[in-house]
Design a protein around this ligand. Structure first.
Ligand SMILES: [Zn+2]
Ligand SMILES: [Zn+2]
Ligand SMILES: [Zn+2]
Length: 347
């Protein structure tokens, strides 16, 4: 209960109480102390030598609070008030709570994040809203580094944890595996997966899931050699319109919502499904199609930002008017694959 009360939101800095009294920044080590104690003025003058030390460190002492050992420092830089122990003032460079908060808000903005509130359980962490709309708990120092190095979400060096997990799940699902969790050997490039067709669990490199090179240690099936399908999916997003998704999957039907992360409020149905002899051929065919569509009809490719938050996989989505072109190209590609099959065996 008291934790909630002490929770400080960065969005509402000038609440009604600030009209009657100034905001007081409390260092994290003292945040367990009830607010009323800081509002209690300690009677007694401020020793002139304390004032000299404060001035040399960029502050002026505007009062004594709580007990004989605490002072209120006003920052010369930003005018904010911060409580400190007189001992800290004498022996160290006190940190202005106002300047610190401003720096954190600016760092967040540089990354494209919004700092929502600091984490009351750990003073080094804050809660942020990311550009994709998800919230994440991040270390202030990490955001500071991201701001300095100019790496915003979506660029190399930062993944939204929620979006990234969804992406990994959907990559796995496309190849017949279910993402279970982190690698038991703690290698960041590996994850634990379950093979959908036989139930076997094993660790696999993320890169091998993406390229379909992962083979099952139990049943020996490799996704790239198992049959697959190319599908054309139509879906309707409320207030946004109709869209077309072209993709491939071993089992499009059962994977539809899970793989694409399409919520129940979105109407979705398959327009076409083309069986492919192997996952490898399906992948190759799909890639070739996307390449041609992007090159010939760039205006009909839906930008990722348009659907973020609605579906997990926001690439390879097109406007409905591209449908006849997809049909035409698909037919050509499939015929080309049939005639150039690896052997003369019948289908
Ligand atoms: Zn300041
Ligand atoms: Zn996200
Ligand atoms: Zn298996």
């Amino acid at each position: 209960m008291s934790k909630r009360q002490g929770r400080q939101s960065y969005g509402k800095r000038n609440s009604s109480s600030s009209h009657s009294r100034r905001r007081l920044h409390i260092p994290h080590r003292s945040r367990h102390v009830p607010d009323s104690e800081w509002r209690h003025t300690y009677p007694g003058p401020v020793p002139p030598q304390w004032q000299d030390i404060a001035a040399a460190k960029g502050f002026s002492i505007v009062g004594r609070v709580r007990d004989r050992s605490h002072v209120v420092l006003r920052c010369r830089e930003c005018g904010a008030d911060t409580v400190q122990k007189a001992y800290v003032l004498r022996t160290a460079q006190p940190i202005c709570g106002g300047c610190l908060e401003t720096r954190r808000l600016q760092d967040a903005a540089k990354c494209g994040f919004t700092l929502l509130e600091r984490d009351e359980m750990h003073h080094k962490y804050g809660h942020y809203r990311l550009p994709c709309g998800h919230a994440a708990r991040l270390q202030f120092g990490r955001v500071e580094r991201l701001a300095r190095e100019g790496k915003a979400a979506g660029r190399a060096g930062f993944h939204c944890p929620t979006c990234y997990a969804a992406r990994l799940s959907s990559d796995a699902a496309a190849r017949g595996w279910t993402l279970l969790g982190p690698d038991p050997d703690a290698n960041p490039n590996y994850r634990s997966y379950r093979h959908d067709s036989c139930g076997h669990t094993q660790r696999i490199a993320i890169a091998n899931i993406i390229t379909g090179r992962a083979g099952c240690e139990q049943c020996g099936t490799c996704w790239s050699a198992a049959p697959s399908e190319i599908y054309v999916l139509a879906f309707e997003v409320p207030h946004k319109g109709s869209f077309i998704k072209l993709g491939y999957s071993r089992d499009p039907e059962s994977r539809l919502r899970y793989q694409l992360g399409i919520p129940g409020s979105v109407e979705a149905s398959f327009l076409y499904r083309f069986p492919m002899r192997t996952g490898h051929i399906a992948q190759k065919t799909e890639k070739a199609l996307h390449g041609k569509l992007k090159q010939r009809f760039p205006d009909w490719v839906v930008p990722a930002s348009e659907l973020s938050g609605w579906v997990n996989v926001v690439s390879e989505i097109y406007r409905p008017r591209i449908l006849t072109e997809i049909q035409r190209l698909l037919k050509t590609e499939i015929e080309r694959n049939r005639s150039s099959g690896p052997s003369g065996k019948s289908e």
